[in-house]
Design a protein around this ligand. Structure first.
Ligand SMILES: Cc1cc2nc3c(=O)[nH]c(=O)nc-3n(C[C@H](O)[C@H](O)[C@H](O)COP(=O)(O)OP(=O)(O)OC[C@H]3O[C@@H](n4cnc5c(N)ncnc54)[C@H](O)[C@@H]3O)c2cc1C
Length: 265
């Protein structure tokens, strides 16, 4: 590790000011950022720790939405009574992230801002048609994720919360990469009054929606309808953990299981 300045603002306004300075980076739980700094893949001049800003953490209900603060740790999302009752699939997603230490420190905002192509939260945010709230604006999930480790966030723009509309039915199932516990493939299925959204993570260049599965499940929300959709392997990445054909097959199988789970079968 090399020398840097550490700031711990107590208000969002101060954090925003500090984050806008050249060479600054915000620190959430440090689960990705500190490892990147140790490897010298990131070398911020100033680290702006968001851990001292109380309004960035916590869960609140707003009508039929659940709003989760950016600094809310995965372990707190997993056990929060409002998330568990309104969006049990999201609570389960959080409970399945990494290991106990990662869940104790990792945050919703850090995960979404980082947009790791195998991360779980981006699938939940996209499938549930959530809105990312920032210090500047509100960004629809469809516009937020822009490919591997890339989002719509501008320099110095901070995520403050993510607002999730309640779904009629939803479920997330991932096939874990056994070493990291990230998703080799993860599928989040959500049925709402306006249709069905299916988000796939771990497949390639970042989280994406699967139009074929969405159309089939909008007509007939059953595992059989998902099974009838042909998944084109050419869309998927291939590496030492699994071939493109293996990943494509996982998308089919996990979608069928997620639909069955959402139906309580
Ligand atoms: C061993 C291990 C296993 C893991 N397994 C999983 C898994 O199974 N599933 C999964 O989804 N994830 C997994 N993760 C990722 C983990 O869930 C963290 O959320 C992720 O590493 C980001 O960490 P963090 O929240 O501590 O953010 P940090 O590492 O502190 O920050 C990450 C990036 O986001 C930026 N950032 C942070 N907060 C904000 C904000 N509010 N606004 C704007 N930018 C911000 C930072 O500047 C930085 O660039 C794993 C991580 C590890 C180390």
């Amino acid at each position: 590790m090399y020398a840097f300045t550490f700031e711990r603002p107590a208000s969002l306004a101060d954090a925003q000011r500090a984050a806008q300075a050249g060479g600054a980076k915000v620190l959430a739980g440090g689960q990705t950022l500190l490892a990147s700094m140790k490897l010298r893949l990131a070398n911020p001049e100033t680290l702006v720790d968001l851990g001292g800003i109380p309004e960035l953490a916590g869960v609140r209900r707003e009508g039929n939405h659940v709003v989760i603060g950016a600094m809310t740790r995965h372990a707190d999302v997993a056990t929060n009574p409002d998330v568990k009752s309104a969006l049990p699939a999201l609570a389960e997603l959080a409970a399945g992230i990494g290991d106990r230490q990662v869940r104790a420190m990792g945050t919703l905002g850090g995960s979404v801002a980082n947009n790791d192509p195998a991360a779980c939260y981006p699938a939940g945010v996209l499938a549930l048609n959530a809105t990312v709230q920032t210090t500047k604006r509100k960004i629809a999930a469809d516009d937020f994720f822009q490919g591997m480790f890339t989002t719509a966030l501008e320099e110095g723009e901070l995520i403050t919360a993510v607002s999730f509309p309640q779904a009629k039915r939803a479920a997330y199932i991932k096939f874990k990469q056994p070493a990291s516990r990230f998703a080799l493939i993860g599928v989040f299925v959500a049925q709402t009054d306006s249709g069905v959204r299916v988000a796939v993570t771990g497949g390639g260049n970042g989280v994406f929606r699967h139009a074929g599965l969405e159309q089939a499940l909008a007509k007939n929300f059953t595992p059989e309808a998902a099974a009838a959709v042909k998944i084109d392997p050419s869309q998927y990445s291939s590496d030492l953990h699994g071939s493109a054909a293996y990943r494509a097959n996982l998308v089919s199988v996990l979608t069928q299981r997620a639909v069955a789970k959402a139906l309580g079968q």
